[in-house]
Design a protein around this ligand. Structure first.
Ligand code: 0GY
Length: 291
């Protein structure tokens, strides 16, 4: 697959959100990229992001009213987790990480990442982003990270769920689903595809979900009215297993990067009750990443 030619930079000047997150709020899905001069992008990447260094992420965290970050390794850095680990080291305990590793990763390296604050690995099934990894390789990795008490973050496209479900439900760890399972919002919350995903969460209590990325799902654009019912349904049904994040710096977007302030203002629309906000932004991510 050809690499995207360039990048769309993150919003240069996000608005101050009207919504104030509760004390200790965690942005539980964001990335750091580069700087390329220090942490080069992977040769096998499918897109080249803008540099999005840790200093900018931490400044955004403070500006938006958050206290902590979970930094997820994205495909453009592939298995080179140094930029992410460097950000964890600099965070003074205010960031945890999710790594991307292959079978060649040594136990010492996993233990080192654990000490730095990594608490999970990401299995990426998005064909436009990564090459296929055989299931038996992923199973062996899952068994190794399970021993460390880590979880597995899965990123897939909802139409692929039927084919992936048996593999997912056999995983021994907590499984955290990226971006609401990537529903097609034009089809509606009640569409069988999305309901199948809800049933999976219903049946398997080790499954968690990120109510993230309205900006990727939305057809209507901000303030993301068409995505609100999807986020709200997840918060209502799985309120003790839902987390939220900005997805800054919004890699590989095909349109202008969103105003992060507007994304924060989306939170009370999917979680109107203070108790639900506290669970999604503080209690749940603290349990998953800091306990
Ligand atoms: C995201 C979304 C995307 C990219 C990646 O690993 C990645 O490169 O996650 C995407 O292109 O959908 O989660 O930030």
């Amino acid at each position: 697959m050809p690499m995207s030619p360039g990048y769309i930079p993150f919003h240069p000047n996000p608005s101050k959100p009207k919504y104030k997150p509760p004390a200790g709020a965690v942005d539980a899905h964001c990335h750091v990229f580069g700087p390329e001069s220090k942490f080069p992008y992977a040769a096998e990447r499918k897109y080249t992001p803008c540099d999005a260094p840790k200093e900018k992420l931490f400044a955004l965290r403070d500006f938006l009213g958050f206290d902590k970050n979970v930094i997820v390794q994205a495909s453009c850095h592939s298995r080179d987790n140094r930029a992410m680990v460097d950000a964890l080291d600099a965070s003074k305990g205010r960031a945890k990480g999710v790594a991307f590793v292959g079978e060649e990763v040594t136990d010492d390296s996993l233990k080192g990442m654990n000490r730095a604050g990594v608490r999970g690995v990401r299995f990426n099934f998005i064909k436009r982003l990564v090459e296929f990894t055989p299931r038996d390789v992923l199973q062996r990795l899952a068994a190794r990270v399970h021993k460390l008490g880590w979880h597995i973050v899965v990123y897939f496209e909802m139409p692929d769920l039927p084919e992936l479900e048996d593999f997912f439900t056999a995983l021994p760890t907590i499984v955290v689903v990226d971006h609401m399972g990537t529903p097609d919002v034009k089809k509606g919350v009640d569409h069988p595809e999305n309901q199948r995903f809800h049933k999976l969460l219903d049946k398997h209590k080790n499954f968690w979900v990120k109510a993230t990325c309205p900006e990727r799902m939305s057809v209507a654009g901000p303030p993301y009215d068409d995505v609100v019912p999807f986020g709200r349904a997840l918060v209502e049904r799985f309120g003790d297993r839902v987390i939220w994040g900005t997805d800054w710096p919004h890699p590989n977007m095909k349109r202008a990067a969103p105003d992060d302030g507007l994304l924060v203002d989306y939170i009370p629309r999917i979680a109107p009750a203070a108790a639900a906000q506290q669970a999604m932004l503080v209690d749940n991510p603290m349990r998953l990443y800091w306990s």
